[in-house]
Design a protein around this ligand. Structure first.
Ligand SMILES: [Zn+2]
Length: 352
């Protein structure tokens, strides 16, 4: 499983965790010599009919990133390889950057600590659902720029905060760091580019519309996320030859039985989560939860991270506004500092 693969960090999300193109090439060399690759037709016979297949690697790429057209596709074609590309279709349907990638772009611009500082200024407890409030309160935001501060900022924005507030909060963060703002064409493949991938022998799969944690959504919203993205991709490539899916974020807590049922009802053939394991014949019994490794688990797969840091301004008062006292956090009772429009869930069939 790969995400950002690039040799140029001048575009969003700048230096946010990416696999350098030379490392990607070295990793493909390593896979070739250590394991070999599984042919596409053999893989399809294996997942569809359980036909035995010799051991080898299958490559998957998530999120529909432009990196996959610009740098991955030429590399795969030059080696006569194929891959499965899981696309979140919202950016193409609505010309909006997904919240998950807006956050990457902010972190790639200013780092995790600065983002946490702003979140501390903006987020109130009413934005955190009751069941998440204790987890949220455990943290005091005193971390320096580090992988922990980045993880904490992502946890808050991806898991803790209610989706009714998230886009507004990220809007406000972007106002503080305007240079971090990305546009769709800087981050994602276009319809034509996806079509070119498909016509070059790649498999195109769904990664929902808006890359939300599906288990946080009710049934109509999950259905909309899954079915709309499949329908849209089918139109982009003039008919998908196979139906495959992977879960945003992907851990077992990010989907539920309803998700699996909806995938089956749509006719999805197989789905990947992010469990680190081989896909064996035994795994085929749970065809909607096939495991995948992250590229960082293999030689040459370490991600690079560089913060752009051109943007640091004196935008915040430095007074501590969240204090820890006997394990409890006290948020000052101040008014909202930006107007919260009551964001309705986005319906992507007509964009708003
Ligand atoms: Zn993803």
């Amino acid at each position: 499983m790969y995400h950002y693969v690039r040799d140029d960090t001048s575009r969003p999300p700048y230096g946010y965790y990416y696999l350098d193109l030379d490392d990607f090439r070295a990793q493909l060399d390593y896979f070739e010599s250590e394991y070999g690759f599984v042919e596409k037709d053999n893989f399809l016979r294996f997942v569809r009919d359980g036909e035995p297949v010799s051991d080898g690697v299958v490559l998957t790429f998530d999120d529909g990133l432009i990196d996959h057209y610009e740098w991955v596709l030429p590399e795969l074609l030059s080696r006569d390889l194929w891959g499965i590309f899981y696309i979140s279709t919202g950016p193409l349907q609505c010309n909006e950057v997904l919240d998950v990638h807006r956050v990457h772009s902010i972190i790639g611009s200013v780092g995790g600590k600065q983002l946490l500082d702003v979140l501390e200024d903006i987020i109130t407890e009413e934005m955190i659902p009751d069941r998440k409030i204790n987890e949220f309160r455990k943290n005091t935001y005193q971390k320096q720029d580090s992988t922990e501060s980045i993880s904490e900022a992502k946890r808050i924005l991806n898991y803790f905060i209610s989706y009714s507030y998230r886009s507004d909060v990220i809007d406000e963060v972007e106002k503080r760091f305007p240079e971090s703002q990305a546009v769709v064409s800087e981050l994602y493949m276009s319809e034509d580019q996806i079509s070119e991938l498909y016509n070059s022998g790649m498999i195109i799969g769904s990664h929902t519309v808006s890359h939300k944690v599906l288990s946080k959504l009710n049934k109509p919203d999950q259905m909309s996320e899954i079915y709309n993205s499949f329908d849209y991709l089918g139109k982009v490539v003039d008919g998908l030859s196979c139906l495959t899916f992977c879960y945003p974020y992907g851990g077992e807590h990010t989907y539920n039985d309803m998700t699996l049922d909806l995938l089956e009802r749509y006719g999805c053939e197989w789905s990947f989560d992010v469990r680190s394991a081989d896909v064996t014949n035994a795994e085929l019994d749970a065809i909607y939860t096939l495991p995948r490794y992250d590229s960082c688990e293999f030689a040459h797969g370490s991600a690079t991270f560089r913060i752009l840091r051109t943007i640091v301004g004196s935008f915040l008062s430095r007074r501590p506004i969240v204090t820890a006292d006997k394990g409890n956090l006290h948020l000052p009772n101040r008014g909202r500092i930006f107007p919260l429009q009551n964001h309705l869930p986005k319906i992507f069939t007509n964009c708003h």
